[in-house]
Design a protein around this ligand. Structure first.
Ligand SMILES: [Zn+2]
Length: 534
């Protein structure tokens, strides 16, 4: 080809690409404009200065199920009254949350989310940070992680999202259409702060149908987190979705029904004000590194520790540390969730992989420092719940065999086969061939010197196939969630969980002097056993 002809061909190709991009770009903006108009038009949406509504909410947690991979646990029902002041970007939500798990308990609290600070008045869950415990009445400012997650979720659900997108066209990018339930949705990406929301439009009405975030989940790896909008109703001059469903990888984990929606009802300024002492200590929203699924779903199930670090309360603990319980046995403590490291002849065994791969990496490195040239050969997972198993990939990546309770191996095989390209710590690799040992009743890990016994606690009220560990030479047991030694004084009589442990110890024929906990610390077993029959 002659040079001139080639140049022409190249410039034609370039201009075709430019035209294609421009039309896609335009397509993205067109979709947003169409959505704004379907909601009443830019002028109508611009008249919205305040917004308020009531919501009835039902929440489930799939990774807190009784059976691994089984039916989701009903976390509870809630009602909420939310008011938003558009000019200041501040939302107040008054919650009454009737939690069903682990036992019925009502939480009545208020959240105020502003652009630069977040605040909680009242007790909002079972895992309270130090400022909340110290304040009277209970209150605390939100961590940067919680604030960032709350802001993202409020933006995704805002009836004014499309208007905001139309005002920031440079942050709107075209995206490939997405097919859900046989419907092909034209789609755009919207970059807001440190995250991106993918908005799927209803091809028939032009309204937003789903707002999707591509998150990392500590159990299922790469997940879609979809807010499904429905039941659009006319409120004043605009249209608002009165049904919000949240889907984790296509499973509905939260249903929200809106009622009593009003626009432009004045809000007294003090209702949106964060009290000065809390404003002074409030953190700005985290710009990056937010473990959204952890932050959102631990709140959903009522066990979120509102802290700058997901593993420990930064205002109460300097961090994780090892506590020697017996020769060659270290308890990983200092956080909300513990592990146990047991030294063997040429390797170590670790019990539980709580919270995240960050915590696992800390534990693996602490074990290496203590027991040089002894790799982690076995990771024993007491049960499948996301808060005790969510750091399993770091162990699999380090070459450990996963040891799990009866009826859970197939679940963990699926978990390890799931892609995890969005894992903040581990580069993607194939963990699908990680060896898994399923304990049927009883299993002994032995190196010819030390024995470590694993017993399935059957029955128990917490999780099917739950394992307890026992090191006979130290007369030390390890138990998670059934008993948290030292976390609270023993009750006057056995509750179902404690009764299952006492029965399980008897059935296993073991003689523990102490138990170390997946929560709490270490406790003598005799006082617990003595409660039998009381
Ligand atoms: Zn559990």
């Amino acid at each position: 080809m002659k040079r001139a002809a080639m140049m022409l061909a190249v410039s034609l190709a370039i201009s075709m690409v430019v035209v294609a991009c421009a039309s896609m770009q335009l397509g993205g903006r067109d979709l947003v404009a169409k959505a704004v108009s379907a909601q009443g038009g830019p002028e109508a949406l611009a008249t919205v200065k305040t917004l308020s509504y009531k919501a009835t909410i039902r929440q489930w947690e799939p990774e807190q199920s009784a059976k691994a991979g089984g039916e989701m646990r009903l976390a509870g029902d809630a009602t909420a009254v939310a008011v938003t002041d558009v000019a200041t970007g501040t939302t107040r939500t008054d919650w009454v949350k009737n939690s069903q798990y682990p036992a019925p308990r009502t939480f009545t609290f208020t959240e105020i989310v502003a652009p630069e600070a977040g605040y909680v008045a009242g007790i909002d869950g079972n895992s309270r940070n130090k400022p909340s415990r110290d304040a009277n009445p209970p209150a605390h400012s939100m961590s940067s992680l919680r604030l960032a997650a709350a802001q993202r979720e409020l933006l995704a659900a805002s009836p004014l999202l499309t208007l905001e997108m139309s005002k920031s066209p440079d942050r709107v990018a075209p995206a490939s259409s997405v097919t859900v339930g046989g419907v092909r949705h034209p789609t755009v990406d919207y970059r807001a702060g440190g995250h991106t929301l993918t908005v799927l439009f209803d091809p028939a009405t032009g309204l937003p149908a789903r707002v999707r975030a591509l998150d990392y989940d500590n159990i299922w790896g790469d997940v879609t987190w979809d807010l499904v909008l429905g039941d659009w109703q006319t409120v004043g001059t605009t249209r608002v979705a009165t049904s919000r469903k949240y889907e984790l990888n296509g499973r509905t984990v939260m249903e929200v029904k809106l009622s009593d929606i009003t626009l432009n009802t004045p809000i007294a300024a003090d209702r949106l004000a964060i009290p000065a002492p809390f404003l002074a200590t409030a953190r700005k929203p985290a710009a990056a590194g937010v473990p959204y699924q952890w932050v959102i779903r631990r709140q959903l199930v009522g066990f979120y520790l509102d802290s700058e670090h997901p593993s420990y309360d930064t205002q109460a603990s300097p961090g994780l540390r090892l506590q020697e319980l017996a020769p060659g046995i270290q308890h990983v403590v200092g956080g909300s969730h513990n592990s146990l490291i047991v030294e063997m002849k040429d390797h170590v065994i670790v019990f539980d992989a709580p919270v995240s791969d960050w915590q696992s990496t800390w534990t693996i490195s602490a074990a290496r420092g203590k027991y040089v040239r002894k790799p982690v050969k076995y990771l024993v997972l007491t049960h499948h719940h996301m808060d005790h198993a969510g750091g399993l990939r770091a162990y699999a990546d380090a070459g450990a065999t996963i040891v799990t309770g009866q009826g859970t191996a197939a679940h963990f095989r699926r978990v390890l086969a799931a892609p995890f390209t969005r894992n903040p710590l581990l580069s993607a690799s194939d963990l699908g061939r990680t060896p898994i040992v399923e304990v049927m009743g009883k299993h002994v890990l032995s190196d010819g010197q030390r024995q470590v016994e694993l017993h399935v606690l059957d029955p128990n009220p917490h999780a099917e196939g739950l394992l307890i560990g026992y090191v006979p030479d130290a007369r030390l047991g390890f138990v998670t969630d059934i008993w948290s030694p030292g976390a609270a004084p023993l009750p006057d009589k056995l509750n179902p969980a404690l009764a299952s442990l006492v029965a399980g110890v008897k059935k296993a024929g073991i003689a523990p002097a102490r138990f170390a906990g997946g929560h709490g610390g270490v406790g003598d077993y005799a006082p617990l056993a003595a409660l039998e029959g009381k």
